[in-house]
Design a protein around this ligand. Structure first.
Ligand code: CP
Length: 305
């Protein structure tokens, strides 16, 4: 039985496609072209965000509103986490208030799963350490499917800090389950056989340390932020932009119809040049954000309705 939404790894193709279809169906509501649903009327969702967030926190809040429910958010400051109360006790306390689901962001990989084993209500992972960010994975798949049609057989590049990126891990599992070919691109300190077991397990995944040799073959390029908060700047050359950034020159070498994704927040001038982020026709970064509301509505409906 599906109680929680903790990771993309292990989700069946059928479940993934059902969630993508549900997200797509919710898109008119997310875009305010259709009235909100009332499926969560009378229900309260608790966001526990122990790491900072703009997109994920606000889009979960918006998704709950668009489904007719109510939501509150606890952060690391302004809650009793600042007095040393742990995540599990925080979750048990909000469950005791009668909330219907808990959404968790934390620096500790596996912590949402640990909470899910101890509470009766659904737990949704909003990003745990380096492990996964499954709703980001869903919204990325929604964006790719809208832009490219079927994902099967498409060639996708994931560029940058794969080692520390929970987004990359969720994307990898989703993309390979749907039959895309994925190339992980970046310097050896951030992308390597030893850092990503899926490379060894899946024939659909390979590694390149040479962005220029591959950029013209990609149907989509998914840029990642260097995760300085997880120590990723160690070993990263100051030439990162020159070697792996989506500069104006490289963007001109993308194939016609190729799209550019980035989960945000964007380090302009490092992962992507200003002019590319603002003017290139293939950039889908804000479209991803809109899809985030629709995808999170789909997950909430799936677990609560
Ligand atoms: N993509 C993403 O997780 O962004 P936030 O950290 O702003 O939530």
């Amino acid at each position: 039985m599906k109680k929680d939404f903790l990771q993309i790894e292990g989700l069946s193709r059928a479940r993934l496609l059902a969630l993508l279809d549900a997200a797509q169906a919710n898109l008119p509501i997310a875009e305010q072209l259709a009235p909100r649903k009332e499926l969560l009327a009378g229900k309260v969702v608790a966001n526990i965000f122990l790491e900072d967030s703009t997109r994920t926190r606000c889009s979960f809040e918006t998704a709950v509103h668009r489904l007719g429910g109510q939501v509150f958010t606890l952060g690391a400051s302004g809650s009793s986490a600042s007095k040393g109360e742990g995540l599990l006790d925080t979750a048990l306390n909000v469950e005791a208030m009668g909330v219907s689901a808990i959404v968790i962001r934390t620096a500790i990989s596996g912590a949402p799963a640990m909470v899910a084993r101890r509470v009766r209500i659904p737990v949704i992972n909003a990003g745990d350490g380096r492990h996964e960010h499954p709703t980001q994975g869903l919204l990325d798949l929604v964006t790719l499917r809208e832009s490219l049609g079927a994902i099967e057989g498409k060639r996708i590049g994931i560029v940058g800090d794969v080692a520390s990126s929970r987004v990359a891990h969720s994307d990898l599992h989703g993309l390979t389950e749907l039959g895309a070919r994925v190339t992980l691109i970046g310097p050896p300190s951030l992308v390597g056989q030893g850092q990503c077991g899926i490379v060894k397990r899946s024939e659909l995944v390979d590694i390149s340390h040479d962005m220029d040799s591959i950029i013209g073959d990609l149907d989509a390029i998914m840029l990642l932020r260097i995760q300085n908060e997880r120590g990723s700047s160690v070993g990263v050359s100051t030439d990162y932009r020159q070697l792996f950034g989506l500069t104006v020159d490289r963007a001109q070498r993308l194939k016609a119809g190729a799209v550019v994704l980035h989960p945000g927040p964007v380090n302009r001038g490092i992962e992507i040049d200003d002019a590319v982020a603002d003017e290139h026709g293939g950039v889908r970064i804000l479209r991803q954000v809109t899809h985030g509301v629709a995808a999170r509505m789909a997950v909430l409906e799936d677990l609560l309705c």
